[in-house]
Design a protein around this ligand. Structure first.
Ligand SMILES: *[C@@H]1O[C@H](CO)[C@@H](O)[C@H](O)[C@H]1NC(C)=O
Ligand SMILES: *[C@@H]1O[C@H](CO)[C@@H](O)[C@H](O)[C@H]1NC(C)=O
Ligand SMILES: *[C@@H]1O[C@H](CO)[C@@H](O)[C@H](O)[C@H]1NC(C)=O
Ligand SMILES: *[C@@H]1O[C@H](CO)[C@@H](O)[C@H](O)[C@H]1NC(C)=O
Ligand SMILES: *[C@@H]1O[C@H](CO)[C@@H](O)[C@H](O)[C@H]1NC(C)=O
Ligand SMILES: *[C@@H]1O[C@H](CO)[C@@H](O)[C@H](O)[C@H]1NC(C)=O
Ligand SMILES: *[C@@H]1O[C@H](CO)[C@@H](O)[C@H](O)[C@H]1NC(C)=O
Ligand SMILES: *[C@@H]1O[C@H](CO)[C@@H](O)[C@H](O)[C@H]1NC(C)=O
Ligand SMILES: *[C@@H]1O[C@H](CO)[C@@H](O)[C@H](O)[C@H]1NC(C)=O
Ligand SMILES: *[C@@H]1O[C@H](CO)[C@@H](O)[C@H](O)[C@H]1NC(C)=O
Length: 846
């Protein structure tokens, strides 16, 4: 911590004096003007201050920048760090050539120069509110030089640190020499872009610590970092060059990274309450020896919880057993058998067998990786086998295919997090059990095949016996297995005593009841479909409120469209849909089929639909954050049930706010599911010319090509999520700069300002973590490519697990926004989000 002991009395005096003399502190010096020792520049928002200071107990004077309004003077930048001034006569000015310059005062010797290429006159230097000192043209304000480009030991929010392979290792930050001496010390911190960028701390030119590769969300070698994602680290691409930057979500947070003179990098946050800096994390962690670079040598693995902490990788042995046993692990390990390429062929049997791999899970991937390809386009294993010098590969989520050539250095074993590394071994090192496992595989497959055959035969027998389906070709095996045992042909019909006067017919089909109502009964209950009873006009016809004789209220949907199905088929479909029962689905109580007239009877939802509240400026405040989150979770669970857990695989195809009904307690219930089955054809992905859906909620592939799948529902869910969060319609955005909510949301998310999307009326009730998580899930759901969108099981997991690391979305281009990243990022060799490797990966239902 750089603390400057200042005399409080002098401070106050100076403060009063400066008030009297200068009235208000300025944030600029102009060409010709100067800043004397004792004067300071103060940024516009009163956040940073620039002036002369003496660090600690030193009496030397330096020009620096520190936080303006905190009790502990904290210097974030020093100009003349290796050329201190010994007296108090120094001054800072803009010299004749337009550069910032510091003079020591006694003999007008220049001791520091900003060294910018400047030409004309009239320059100004301003201290900005982010702590950046900027030298610019007075007229045009074009930046000529800025202190953010010449940092000392502190990485401030908004600072951009280059991370490109063209530049190579970028030792951006250099520690102080000691607590009291800002001159360049032994440690540097910066970025090594190789493979995928990582933060490295060097001691001299030796590596001391590294963060592990950036995977588009976190540095994969810092397993606890997921919780810090909120501080907004990201890789920016500016004119084809990548930069690391970070911005706290709350811009009033005072946050900084610093490489201490002791070689420890600390992330600090100003704690207003306790009036001191809190350390959020520090690396390398003193308590964890494994964090020290390459603690266990080449091909060694460090596990902090084991004793000894070092061991060799599987099938490797210590290079020097004596030293290793003594706890000197620096020699590392060597392989027992050379790889095929390394051996000189002798024609022996072992030379014929190919190398293989041993899998290591939960590790910090070794240093010095090469990125072969992003995503899973290539077969990473083949890439490694192709290259004789390849010693390991990893198909790392969010990065791509990484391969290593040469020794594997600095591998650490984690309890959670990390990546999976595949280490190349000679065939004979893979162990003698490979033949046994082959035998096992063969046995299992043979037995499996026999069982499968038996099962198929039984199924076939069974099917023959119950050959009763009206149109078997249109029915999937799932349905048939469900319907077959029932006596679908012979439905029982009888009057119930629901009411004496009205005839109600109930058909019993294998378990749950589906009531078949007569037309007269429904007409009576809805007052002859009167306008007063009309609740609304749905996609498939008007909806009426009905009152059953017992007092129960129902909603009646009078289907106006022809279903294109035969009556029996339609009935079967309704029966199946009626069996879908879930807390978050509207319950189908019965139906009425009489001649051309087809009606569906649902439970009645007193609070109408979500759009009724969400898009109404007065009512939207009724849905506070807790309710909204509950609604989001409910919809997700309902959809998950439709997609996976129900016995039918239902794709909704028309998910939207008006199809989410709300019960008394504002619990969401999805309605109109199964309509697509009745009206839209089959349930698997296919090319359909009949597009059911609503503009604004339709996924690109569905809207343009008529292709639908569970992932098109996921897209609609994403849109709905954005609407719930923002209280705005996707297609009717108040902020007119963006054509849709999707583009707007992506923009905000990408800028690290996602929280601004939130409906202002709930800003107070919300949990920021939950909101941010929801926004990220939403943006993931509306990605262009169905493959990249998560499935509903992962969506539910992501929404519900507080500590899940979410994958990074790719910008949706279907919305009218232009893609700025992709191609350049790819060619630059920096990673790209991949959804294949999420901490919450789940197998798609069935
Ligand atoms: C400053 O303090 C350090 C210990 O913190 C001490 O070693 C050093 O001698 C002091 N220097 C001066 C000039 O007082
Ligand atoms: C300065 O700090 C005090 C308390 O430490 C606070 O009340 C005040 O608002 C701060 N001023 C600015 C401009 O941040
Ligand atoms: C400048 O003058 C002051 C006193 O006038 C003296 O203490 C200081 O050492 C001098 N600095 C240099 C660099 O000569
Ligand atoms: C500098 O500013 C002065 C007045 O502010 C103006 O007259 C002069 O032309 C400017 N010089 C240049 C080179 O822009
Ligand atoms: C920096 O390195 C020098 C020489 O290697 C050494 O004498 C000094 O103690 C080191 N300082 C720190 C803070 O490690
Ligand atoms: C990481 O988190 C675990 C539990 O969440 C904690 O025990 C451990 O100390 C943390 N490690 C670091 C380096 O912060
Ligand atoms: C990007 O490059 C172009 C031309 O090379 C230049 O005009 C533009 O100012 C650059 N933009 C940024 C943000 O550096
Ligand atoms: C550790 O072992 C290596 C050889 O593996 C040797 O060169 C080195 O001197 C040893 N270091 C110590 C401190 O014994
Ligand atoms: C393989 O042969 C080359 C020369 O042909 C020799 O330099 C090398 O040491 C040999 N390697 C082994 C493992 O025998
Ligand atoms: C093996 O991979 C390394 C690193 O990617 C590369 O430099 C080298 O050219 C490759 N060698 C072959 C034979 O492909």
């Amino acid at each position: 911590m750089s603390t400057i002991q200042r005399n409080p009395v002098r401070e106050i005096l100076f403060f009063v004096l400066s008030l009297v003399l200068f009235c208000s502190a300025s944030d600029t010096i102009r060409q010709g003007g100067s800043l004397k020792d004792g004067d300071t520049l103060v940024s516009n928002g009163d956040k940073f201050e620039l002036g002369f200071f003496s660090p600690g107990n030193s009496s030397l004077r330096y020009v620096g920048i520190w936080y303006r309004n905190i009790s502990e003077i904290t210097v974030v930048w020093v100009a003349n760090r290796d050329a201190p001034i010994s007296g108090k006569n120094g001054f800072l000015t803009i010299g004749n050539d337009g550069n910032l310059e510091i003079f020591d005062g006694n003999n007008s010797k220049s001791i520091w120069l900003s060294n910018a290429l400047v030409s004309s006159n009239n320059k100004t230097a301003r201290i900005n509110d982010d702590g950046n000192l900027v030298l610019s043209e007075e007229e045009t304000e074009s930046t000529l030089w800025e202190s953010f480009d010449h940092p000392t030991d502190t990485f401030l929010p908004g600072m951009e640190v280059e991370a490109s392979s063209k530049r190579g290792e970028n030792w951006a930050f250099r520690s102080w020499k000691s607590r009291n001496d800002p001159s360049p010390g032994n440690y540097s911190m910066g970025i090594d872009p190789r493979g995928s960028p990582q933060i490295v701390i060097w001691h001299g030119s030796e590596r001391r610590w590294r963060s592990g590769h950036w995977n588009n969300q976190i540095f994969a070698g810092v397993p606890n970092m997921s919780s810090n994602i909120i501080y907004g680290f990201k890789l920016l691409l500016i004119n084809g060059t990548a930069y690391f930057t970070y911005n706290p979500v709350d811009s009033s947070d005072k946050l900084r990274f610093r490489i201490e003179w002791t070689g420890i990098e600390e992330q600090l946050r100003w704690d207003e309450e306790n009036d001191k800096w809190g350390v959020m994390q520090s690396q390398p962690d003193k308590a964890n020896e494994c964090e020290l670079y390459n603690r266990c040598g080449k091909f060694g693995v460090c596990s902090s919880w084991e004793t000894p902490i070092c061991r060799c990788m599987d099938r490797f042995e210590p290079a020097n057993l004596g030293e290793w046993r003594r706890g000197n692990w620096s020699g590392g390990c060597v392989r027992k058998t050379l790889l095929k390429c390394e051996r000189n062929s002798t024609g022996k049997e072992e030379d014929i067998e190919d190398d293989g791999f041993v899998v290591m899970k939960l590790v910090k991937l070794p240093d010095f990786a090469d990125l072969v390809s992003q995503g899973s386009v290539v077969n990473c294993k083949d890439e490694c086998l192709k290259n004789c010098s390849c010693t390991a590969y990893a198909d790392a989520g969010g990065i791509g295919c990484l391969i290593w050539t040469g020794s594997l250095l600095d591998v650490q074993h984690f309890k959670k997090g990390g990546n999976t590394l595949n280490v190349r071994l000679a065939h004979s090192d893979l162990g003698g059990n490979s033949k046994k496992s082959y035998a096992l595989i063969i046995t299992v497959s043979v037995v499996g095949a026999i069982l499968l055959g038996l099962f198929a035969w039984l199924l076939w027998r069974y099917k023959l016996k119950f050959k009763v389906l009206p149109n078997p070709s249109a029915v999937s095996w799932l349905r048939s297995s469900e319907v077959l045992p029932s006596d679908a042909g012979k439905s029982k019909e009888y009057s119930t005593d629901l009411s004496g006067s009205v005839d109600v017919v109930t058909e019993q089909v294998n378990g749950p009841e589906l009531a078949l109502f007569s037309f007269n009964f429904v007409a009576n209950s809805t007052d002859n479909f009167s306008e007063e009873n009309k609740l609304g006009q749905g996609g498939f016809g008007p909806v009426y409120k009905g009152n059953l004789p017992g007092g129960q209220e129902i909603a009646v949907k009078r289907l106006s469209r022809k279903s294109g199905q035969g009556l029996e088929e339609f009935k079967n479909e309704i029966i199946l849909i009626a069996k879908l029962q879930h807390r978050n689905l509207v319950r189908l109580l019965g139906c009425c089929i009489q001649g051309e007239e087809k009606m569906l009877l649902y439970e009645y939802m007193p609070n109408k639909s979500l759009d009724f509240f969400l898009f109404d400026t007065e009512k939207q405040a009724l849905l506070d954050w807790k309710k909204r989150f509950n609604i989001i979770e409910g919809i997700a669970r309902g959809l998950l049930y439709l997609h996976r857990d129900s016995r039918l695989r239902i794709i909704h195809r028309d998910l939207k706010a008006s199809n989410i009904l709300l019960d008394e307690e504002m619990n969401p219930k999805i309605s109109d599911f199964g309509m697509a089955r009745i009206f839209g054809g089959n349930q698997n992905e296919l090319n359909t010319n009949r597009v059911v859906g609503t503009y604004g909620y339709m996924s690109p592939e569905y809207a343009m090509e008529g292709l639908f799948s569970v992932k098109s529902d996921v897209y609609s869910f994403g849109v709905l999520l954005l609407e719930i969060l923002s209280g705005q319609r996707n297609t009717n955005l108040r902020n007119s700069q963006y054509s849709s909510l999707i583009g707007y949301a992506w923009h905000l998310w990408n800028e690290g300002k996602a929280i601004e999307l939130l409906d202002p009326s709930i800003a107070e009730t919300c949990s920021q973590d939950e909101v941010l998580r929801c926004i990220q899930v939403a943006v993931l759901c509306v990605q262009d490519s169905p493959v990249q969108r998560p499935t509903m099981p992962s969506v539910v997991l992501m929404l519900e697990s507080e500590n899940a690391t979410l994958p990074l979305p790719i910008q949706p281009t279907f919305t009218s926004m232009r893609a700025i990243l992709d191609t350049e990022l790819l060619s630059e060799g920096i990673d790209h989000a991949s959804v294949n490797d999420i901490t919450v990966t789940m197998v798609d239902g069935r």
